[in-house]
Design a protein around this ligand. Structure first.
Ligand SMILES: Nc1ncnc2c1ncn2[C@@H]1O[C@H](COP(=O)(O)OP(=O)(O)OP(=O)(O)O)[C@@H](O)[C@H]1O
Length: 256
């Protein structure tokens, strides 16, 4: 599915959070949104996902969706958003229950996504029994269960420890390479952006506008931690956002 963001601006009361965003996301493309705190990354993701109506401009989606797609644009949340009283399978099932699927179809989908995310042995576990990394795998499984055309991911790894983050990064890159999924991935973490994205959109703040779009040509499944080419892309991105990141950090300190 192709997403075209045209002339999108957004205000919260008098504050202009985004101005004149034009961006096209091609089918199968992974786009990361980076930039200093408050530059409008989450606002833009919510607008792309249709959860927030922009003050101006529009987002249009075109093209085909996967067979059996129940929800073309699907979120993966930073805080996993699992229901504690439901098992792993029950949490995945939740997103399927509003749709006209037979019990057999529903069970088949649940088994398929649990298999894809390495959770088959945990289907009857409850969230409190799982590590952070396993909880986020459930979040991914739940998103995949609707066979989305586009995954919208808002800091999906930021609640996890460093080792788990590396493991999940490897799993995400394998998943993206295997499925040819389209995704928009918001992150503060430049390493995640250079490991996972075909293009990295750097936003500046006040108001949030596109500063630069950085393309990374290395196939996603061939990128490795510490690879010099990938490290060079990460350094280039840091140069791009450094001054504003420092300014945003100082500002937060002043507020505190
Ligand atoms: N519901 C809201 N009401 C008023 N202002 C908001 C609201 N949501 C966000 N903002 C403001 O809009 C601006 C952009 O916020 P947004 O959360 O989109 O930025 P972000 O780049 O995702 O930030 P962060 O990296 O800190 O998560 C910020 O100044 C924020 O304070």
């Amino acid at each position: 599915m192709r997403l075209e963001i045209s002339g999108v601006s957004h205000r919260y009361d008098q504050m202009v959070a985004l101005r004149d965003i034009d961006l096209t996301i091609e089918p199968g493309e992974i786009v990361a949104l980076i930039g200093p705190s408050g530059c409008g990354k989450s606002t833009l993701l919510s607008i792309i996902g249709g959860m927030l109506q922009p003050s101006e401009g529009q987002v249009s989606a075109s093209g085909s969706v996967p067979d059996g797609c129940l929800n073309p644009l699907t979120y993966v949340f930073q805080d996993f958003a699992l229901l504690p009283w439901r098992t792993v399978a029950g949490n995945v099932s939740l997103v399927l229950e509003d749709h006209k699927l037979s019990r057999t179809e529903r069970e088949a989908r649940i088994s398929e996504v649990l298999e894809q995310t390495g959770l088959s042995d945990f289907r009857n576990a409850y969230p409190k029994q799982l590590s952070g990394g396993m909880k986020q795998r459930v979040g991914i499984a739940r998103a995949l269960a609707v066979r989305p055309a586009v995954l919208l991911m808002d800091e999906p790894l930021s609640a996890l420890d460093a080792q788990t983050r590396i493991l999940l990064l490897d799993e995400f890159s394998a998943l993206f390479a295997r499925t040819g999924m389209t995704a928009v991935y918001v992150t503060h973490n430049l390493n995640e952006a250079v490991r996972l994205a075909h293009r990295v959109v750097a936003l500046r703040r006040r108001p949030g506008t596109i500063k630069e779009i950085h393309t990374i040509d290395v196939p996603i499944d061939q990128r490795r931690e510490g690879d010099p080419e990938i490290t060079a892309h990460e350094a280039a991105l840091w140069e791009l956002i450094r001054d504003e990141a420092i300014a945003a950090d100082k500002e937060l300190e002043n507020v505190g």
